[in-house]
Design a protein around this ligand. Structure first.
Ligand SMILES: C[S@@+](CC[C@H](N)C(=O)[O-])C[C@H]1O[C@@H](n2cnc3c(N)ncnc32)[C@H](O)[C@@H]1O
Length: 348
């Protein structure tokens, strides 16, 4: 081998080593982020009202002097991953940490804390075993029961998931303002699997003449109070859905297999007027072939999370189309949003 080829081969090997080490240690980025939230570092920086020095941050956190240097190294990783910036030798917030503030009405902090909770992280250790098993989900291989049964048994688990979904919905509800035309002119709307009603509440406030209903499991909506144009109904979306001009359904179908989705979609179709009704889905659309970018990879991560948790999936446009036609709908329109989700209008 000539010396040039040998040098190239060595360079390639070290590049591969760096690649492997980066991915092997990626979980440290996640854990650093989680620690920052547990320590409420974004709120501390926000409340300081100017760039905060390491010493002031350590003092606000009550970190013993011996741990000032570890704190600096934690912050170095978080600056590198874009959660904080450095200005005038102090730490400041970035757009990503601004939506992690506990004090802000729009915060993704509960979502991060739920996804990185040991209850949702440890099942990943069973991924390989699950692939060789007949179990429906990785979660089941790990905990010996599905996520719904586990929720009935494990105190706090359902609350953890509901808080995460509500925080995601508060952010996603900005699409209602961004795409008012989707909701304009509707006299009534039912949010199927609407959880604690975060999204429906926003719609009902922005459209005070629209009658809004949230349908979710009885135990989810039992204690929830509505308003003049918002009510909560306990029920089962597989059985029947209250009638309305439109059915809204956000981050629900990605929890279910194709077979179950067709059942839900058929119930949705029965609930809306045959001619003028519509279904408004807020879900992800995997962009085949282009999923290498940051947005695309994030959708693939969510797809894996759904697979692990409940045997659900994120879908490509072709897969969505198949579900709509199979459930008796005739056509659809995809409206991309600036975030990870799209709005999909589906017509009878
Ligand atoms: C992933 S959460 C989405 C919640 C909400 N749409 C959001 O985006 O914040 C799925 C929701 O479906 C509800 N759900 C599950 N099975 C249901 C059923 N059979 N009938 C009605 N709702 C159901 C769950 O209770 C949960 O609130």
């Amino acid at each position: 081998m000539n010396p040039n080829d040998q040098a190239n081969e060595v360079t390639e090997l070290f590049r591969a080593q760096t690649h492997i080490y980066k991915h092997m240690y990626n979980f440290i980025e996640s854990m650093a982020l989680k620690s920052a939230l547990q320590l409420t570092i974004p709120d501390i920086i926000h409340n300081h009202n100017k760039p905060i020095s390491l010493i002031d941050l350590a003092s606000a956190l009550n970190v013993p002097p011996a741990n000032t240097n570890p704190l600096e190294r934690l912050m170095r990783i978080l600056v590198q991953s874009g959660f904080f910036a450095i200005e005038q030798e102090g730490y400041t917030l970035t757009p990503s940490s601004r939506i992690l503030l506990d004090s802000s009405p729009i915060t993704l902090s509960p979502t991060v804390l739920a996804i990185l909770d040991p209850l949702l992280v440890t099942p990943w250790f069973s991924l390989a075993d699950w692939l060789k098993s007949e179990d429906a989900t990785v979660f089941e291989t790990h905990f010996g029961m599905n996520v719904w049964d586990y929720g009935k048994k494990k105190e706090g688990f359902v609350g953890l998931l509901n808080d995460a979904m509500a925080s995601d919905s508060r952010l996603v509800s900005l699409v209602v303002e961004e795409h008012r035309e989707v909701f304009d002119g509707l006299g009534s709307l039912v949010d199927v699997g609407g959880g604690t009603g975060t999204l429906a509440r926003v719609v009902s406030e922005k459209f005070p003449l629209m009658d809004c209903t949230v349908l979710d499991l009885p135990q989810v909506v039992a204690e929830l109070g509505g308003s003049k144009n918002l009510k909560f109904v306990g029920g089962d979306m597989f059985q029947s859905i209250p009638s309305a001009d439109a059915v809204l359904i956000k981050s629900v179908l990605h929890n279910w297999s194709d077979e179950k989705c067709v059942k839900i979609l058929k119930r949705c179709k029965e609930a809306i007027p045959k001619k003028a009704g519509k279904l408004i889905l807020i879900e992800m659309v995997i962009d085949e072939g282009k999923e290498g970018g940051k947005l695309g990879k994030t959708r693939l991560f969510v797809d894996m999370e759904m697979m692990m948790l409940c045997g659900g999936r994120e879908r490509t446009e072709k897969e969505w189309e198949h579900l709509f036609l199979e459930s008796g709908f005739s056509c659809y329109k995809i409206i991309p949003t600036t975030g990870l989700n799209s709005i999909i209008e589906v017509y009878p």
